[in-house]
Design a protein around this ligand. Structure first.
Ligand SMILES: *[C@@H]1O[C@H](CO)[C@@H](O)[C@H](O)[C@H]1NC(C)=O
Ligand SMILES: *[C@@H]1O[C@H](CO)[C@@H](O)[C@H](O)[C@H]1NC(C)=O
Ligand SMILES: *[C@@H]1O[C@H](CO)[C@@H](O)[C@H](O)[C@H]1NC(C)=O
Length: 440
């Protein structure tokens, strides 16, 4: 185990075992965690899905680009209202089925939007991990100062500052500053999803609810008169389980409504919502990733042309200035939301399954959102200098991603030539730019 920092040790002491295990970044954690924690899709805490593999010995990492979701938070207002509305169907009864006995004394007591202590810890662990992985083997100043940006909402900025603090603690330097980018309507922000003409589809989630929820409803509807639960209520109770467990740092009583096998179904519900909302299944989603991918290619190549040509979400005032868009750093870290990471991975060409079927999940699908963008989830693009030239490698939840479906000449170990990757991204951003126009 790596040595604990002070705050981490004290925080862990009051944390239930499964959560502290997951947040420890131990690869085996997922095996020992309860299913609700690892199968809550966008509401799962971060856990690595594979051990980090060192690059081949003939290569070394020359640049690291991290696109990271904010850490665990309270529900958004929309999600909170949905959960409260489902809860109201359960309240005020004289008798309850055994799974719901706790309702006699239950009080809903979650905040809205703010980063949780668990989310701050996820962000600090990530900062420490980047230092240990990329900067500690040689002299600590070898990485220089990471360039950090955050989309301007409180939970995202606090995730970035917790990351920065932990990185600097390891580096024994002062915390790198954070450049924030406005989320106001009309602002150009490559870390924010804005597609007024491309609202997420709800159809597929509803079709899947009709498949998996009836058996759970039947178990709970043993009272007279019935609660009147529908599939959406079941989903909301599953979300309550996830949110309360992260907020209370203890397993929420709502988790007890579900059986082991139910969590696969709940996870698929989240996967469908993100796939048809912000991923491959929404024809306007990929355009939202163009700004970030153009910035990524500019960093990888050191060529500003890629940002200058962007007509999507890049703020050219910021990106034309080397103080606010430098190209000489080793580590770049951008903090954002899952609804931006989903378009970016889709545009790049990752996790591209045959279309997901709303009634028949493929257990071997690659689109598993608890691994793509859980709380604190991150996509990492490494640039590698190898004896055979410059390459890239992409990791999601630490698992090396296969690039063969879009990057010509990709190798089985996940490496692809930088020039092939750039060519693939030029094609993807050209198509994505057309799609972006249709958002407005
Ligand atoms: C870390 O996140 C917490 C939220 O849990 C926040 O209160 C705190 O200010 C953050 N720390 C820094 C250094 O930003
Ligand atoms: C671009 O960024 C600058 C500096 O933060 C800001 O003043 C300006 O409003 C932004 N422009 C747009 C279109 O977002
Ligand atoms: C989903 O899969 C089922 C079973 O294979 C099939 O009958 C159905 O047509 C599929 N739905 C779609 C939209 O492809």
């Amino acid at each position: 185990m790596p040595s604990n920092t002070h705050h981490r040790a004290s925080w862990t002491a009051r944390t239930c075992t499964w959560l502290s295990l997951l947040l420890s970044l131990e690869v085996s954690a997922a095996e020992h965690a309860p299913s609700f924690a690892t199968h809550s899709a966008q509401y799962s805490p971060y856990f690595p899905s594979a051990p980090y593999q060192e690059p081949p010995p003939s290569c070394h990492v020359t640049q690291v680009n991290v696109l990271q979701r904010h850490g665990a938070r309270y529900p958004t207002l929309g999600a909170a209202l949905d959960m409260v509305s489902s809860l109201s169907k359960l309240q005020g009864r004289k008798s309850y089925p055994s799974e719901l006995e706790f309702m006699r004394s239950y009080k809903y007591n979650l905040g809205v939007n703010s980063l949780l202590p668990a989310g701050a810890l996820e962000s600090r662990q990530a900062g420490k991990e980047v230092f240990e992985r990329y900067c500690s083997r040689t002299r600590s100043d070898d990485c220089g100062e990471p360039f950090i940006r955050a989309s301007l909402s409180e939970r995202v900025v606090q995730s970035a500052s917790n990351w920065s603090l932990a990185f600097s603690y390891e580096a024994r330097s002062s915390p790198p500053p954070i450049l924030t980018i406005s989320e106001r309507i009309g602002a150009k922000n490559p870390l924010e999803n804005r597609c007024p003409n491309g609202p997420p589809s709800l159809k597929e989630q509803r079709e899947w609810q009709d498949v998996f929820a009836p058996s759970i409803i039947a178990r709970l509807e043993t009272v007279d008169p019935p609660f009147g639960l529908d599939g959406l209520d079941i989903v909301n109770f599953a979300h309550l389980c996830a949110f309360e467990s992260l907020a209370l740092e203890a397993t929420s009583p709502f988790c007890g409504l579900f059986r082991e096998e139910d969590w696969e179904a709940i996870e698929y519900h989240g996967d469908l919502s993100k796939y048809f909302g912000f991923g491959h299944g929404n024809p306007l989603a990929r355009g939202q990733g163009v700004g970030y991918v153009n910035e990524l290619v500019a960093r990888l190549t050191g060529d500003r042309t890629y940002i200058e040509q962007d007509t999507t979400q890049i703020n050219h005032t910021l990106d034309s200035d080397s103080a606010t868009f430098p190209l000489d750093r080793k580590i770049y870290v951008d903090f954002s939301h899952d609804n931006l990471i989903a378009p970016v991975v889709s545009l790049i060409g990752l996790f591209n399954d045959p279309p997901l079927n709303s009634t028949h999940p493929d257990p071997h699908r690659r689109w598993v959102f608890s691994e793509i963008a859980p709380f604190g989830g991150r996509l990492v693009v490494e640039r590698l200098s190898c004896s055979a030239g410059e390459h890239v490698r992409i990791l999601s939840s630490d698992a090396v991603q296969p690039l063969g479906s879009f990057c010509e000449g990709a190798l089985a170990n996940g490496l692809c030539r930088l020039s092939s990757f750039v060519k693939a991204m030029e094609m993807a951003t050209a198509i994505g730019t057309e799609e972006y126009r249709r958002c407005f």
